[in-house]
Design a protein around this ligand. Structure first.
Ligand code: NAD
Length: 320
């Protein structure tokens, strides 16, 4: 049957995938939502549960459990499948298992004839975005990782709390690895239009407050996983925001994982940076000037990721 309107496929409907699905439907971002999971019983249960919310959703949507053939005419395939972080594990510890999972999924999606946008959430998200780009053969713009979209949201929430304004009035980003080497871009951050660095540098306890905010953001996932077993709603809403920008061709700037080709002085690495998101995907990277210290940290983060990207190349070489 020919699709009507925007069609989104979610692969992996665990904690993250289902929060994304719920957010998409609540905000009326898509007309057709397909759920795919190895655990089809669970996926059927989720689809049924979501359908029962339709009378109260922002707009109607067709929701069902499908197969990879359903990706053929999808606008977005969002991958949230894989092994999640357990307490004490870093995101990078997940690479070997999730590379195998991704090779199977991306190959099956591409076999359907898919030519839309891949949105990757599974960790380590920067490496798996690179893997999705390499496995799919799609243009780099068509493969977006959620990158530091969640770190940026956490940063804005913390700064909003610190200065008693809503996060919408905070203009600040986090870039680099979605992981322990993430970078807070203090040099251009502003609250209610006021440069933050000046405010904090003039305050006696400025450095202490900056360190506290940074650690709060960097450690948030570990603390939430410790408390409830997974992080899901923040990332679900972030993925939904990226999808809305794609589906409605919004050209808004979000910090996602995208492939650098000279921007920020880096080449051939998927990493969290501000990018213009529209129907093309990550259409353009905003090559934001950084302070010397931020550039140095960014280089380190990129170097770390490049090292892990080699695992993807080794994996591909082993496939022949
Ligand atoms: P989960 O275990 O709740 O869900 C994973 C789902 O994937 C399960 O339902 C499982 O059956 C399914 N799955 C596994 N292999 C599959 C395959 N080959 N095909 C189809 N489905 C398959 O995990 P979760 O908490 O939802 O986390 C999912 C991923 O998202 C993890 O890697 C986690 O680290 C990551 N994550 C990323 C961010 C981010 O900011 N990017 C934030 C939170 C979590």
């Amino acid at each position: 049957m020919k699709k009507v309107g925007n069609k989104v496929v979610v692969v992996g409907v665990g904690a993250v995938g289902i929060s994304y699905a719920y957010s998409m439907l609540n905000q009326g971002h898509c007309d057709e939502l397909v759920l795919i999971d190895l655990d089809t019983k669970r996926a059927e249960g989720e689809a049924r549960d979501l359908r029962h919310g339709m009378p109260y959703a922002a707009s109607p949507a067709k929701i069902y459990v499908g197969g990879y053939e359903d990706c053929a005419d999808a606008d977005i395939v969002c991958i949230c499948a894989g092994v999640p972080q357990r307490p004490g594990e870093t995101r990078l510890d997940l690479i070997d298992n999730n590379l195998r999972v991704f090779h199977g999924i991306v190959t099956a999606v591409m076999k359907s004839g898919f030519d839309g946008i891949f949105l990757v959430a599974t960790n380590p998200v920067d490496i798996l975005s690179y893997a999705t780009w390499r496995f799919s053969g799609l243009p780099k713009e068509s493969v977006i990782g959620s990158g530091t979209v969640l770190d940026t949201a956490r940063f804005r929430v913390c700064l909003g709390n610190e200065f008693n304004v809503a996060p919408w009035s905070v203009d600040a980003v986090m870039i680099g690895e979605h992981g322990d080497s993430v970078i807070a871009v203090w040099s251009t951050a502003a609250v209610a239009g006021l440069p933050l660095k000046d405010i904090l540098e003039q305050a006696q306890d400025g450095q202490e407050r900056m360190d506290k905010i940074y650690n709060n953001v960097r450690n948030a996932a570990y603390e939430i996983i410790e408390a409830k077993g997974a992080t899901s709603h923040g990332i679900g809403m972030g993925l939904s925001r990226i999808s809305n920008a794609v589906l409605h061709n919004q050209s808004i700037v979000l910090t996602v994982s995208a492939l650098l080709q000279g921007e920020f002085g880096e080449e051939g690495v998927y990493i969290g940076v501000p990018a213009v998101i529209n129907r093309q995907g990550a259409a353009r990277i905003i090559d934001k000037p950084l302070s010397e210290d931020e550039y140095a940290r960014f280089r380190q983060s990129a170097e770390l990721l490049r090292g892990y990207q080699r695992k993807v190349e080794d994996f591909l070489a082993a496939q022949g």
